[in-house]
Design a protein around this ligand. Structure first.
Ligand SMILES: [Zn+2]
Length: 364
């Protein structure tokens, strides 16, 4: 009897131990699995085309530049048409020259279906030693012609799946992974259905990957319409870079900065010198100073949006140098210190693009 009871007890105990083990270990194993294949190992790092690096290794960064574009609509684009060798030979000198200004990293902002060219970026990175960072996402501006028509009816979740897949497994069968999400919207008073889904897809992708959302935006209204979508998805504005914010207002910049968003004044390649007219350049100075004077030096990003070699046109290069030759001297003349410039070009890019999930209410 005793042995019978012991047997029964043992069997029951064993069953319970098994059940508890499954209960306790399965999530543990699942968690470990997630750590190895998901985002955890990339957290607090910067994702270059050659893999993740420590955020502090990003160094002086140009956060919005282009080396290659293909302006054909998305459905007509064909990578097989690209003359990679001609493009590489043509672009390399424009990249090599940046080393003398101390540039360590370039965020190449050309999206998929607009000429995102990872093979070229790999060759340029190998030859120059500069770290390139590429992107995932869709470019909605210009009435969606750079989005493949197959995606027009996709839900935000379907788009996000495609982008998250690139982050997890690499772009186009390669092991190159995106380091940020690049989207764009038209400068309209409201977001159309497709562009609203693009913004929502960016929010979902951010939550799954921790990648920063960089959106070609322009005017204030378009910027805050996107913030509304992010807020609906509980994503903090600190995960959002307002690209082409120079087309917005100072009041809008301050409002965005108070919310924690990033103000990207990034058209400096195109404002100097323009037939002796430096008013556009002074507008950049005024905007940069307004942010600094209101305590938001730590929200400013500067770049040139310069370049590039394009399919069908070849080399039409605008150098990636005006920031160094024109704007930084102007900042120094107008009371900015070298430490403050270092903050804008080194610390702010690191803080903006470090991979981490930024949700509302968690203080980030
Ligand atoms: Zn651009």
């Amino acid at each position: 009897m005793l042995s019978q009871i012991t047997k029964v007890t043992s069997a029951t105990t064993l069953r319970w131990i098994f059940k508890i083990s499954v209960f306790v270990l399965t999530p543990g194993i699942f968690f470990l699995f997630q750590c190895t294949e998901n985002t955890t190992e990339d957290e607090n790092r910067i994702m270059t085309i050659n893999g993740p690096i420590d955020a502090d290794s990003m160094g002086l960064s140009l956060i919005h530049e282009h080396v290659f574009l293909d302006w054909r609509p998305a459905d007509s684009t064909n990578q097989a048409d690209w003359n990679q060798e001609a493009a590489y030979q043509s672009i390399l000198p424009h990249i090599q020259v940046l080393k003398k200004f101390g540039v360590r990293s370039i965020l190449e902002c050309t999206p998929n279906y607009l000429g995102r060219n990872i093979l070229l970026l790999q060759k340029l990175a190998d030859a120059s030693g500069i770290q390139f960072i590429t992107n995932t996402g869709y470019y909605g501006a210009q009435q969606n012609i750079y989005i493949p028509t197959k995606a027009y009816d996709w839900t935000a979740e379907q788009m996000a799946d495609a982008w998250i897949h690139e982050f997890k497994y690499g772009i186009d069968e390669s092991d190159v992974r995106p380091g940020f999400i690049k989207i764009s919207v038209d400068p309209d008073s409201s977001l159309g259905s497709l562009q609203e889904r693009i913004v929502r897809a960016a929010a979902l992708t951010h939550k799954a990957t921790g990648l920063t959302i960089v959106s070609h935006t322009g005017i204030d209204t378009a910027a805050f319409n996107q913030i509304n979508v992010l807020v609906q998805e509980h994503v903090s504005p600190s995960a959002f870079v307002w690209t082409h914010a120079q087309n917005g207002s100072t009041a809008g910049h301050l409002r965005m900065a108070r919310m924690g968003g990033w103000i990207s004044l990034d058209g400096l390649g195109w404002v100097t010198p323009q037939k002796q007219d430096s008013s556009a350049l002074y507008q950049y100075l005024t905007m940069t100073k307004a942010l600094k004077d209101n305590g938001f030096l730590n929200r400013i990003l500067l770049s040139m949006d310069a370049g590039w070699y394009s399919y069908g046109e070849g080399n039409n290069y605008v150098e990636h140098t005006a920031l160094f030759t024109t704007f930084i001297p102007l900042l120094l003349k107008n009371g900015f210190t070298k430490t403050e410039i270092n903050q804008i070009l080194v610390e702010n890019p690191r803080d903006a693009y470090t991979i981490r999930t930024r949700l509302l209410g968690n203080g980030s």
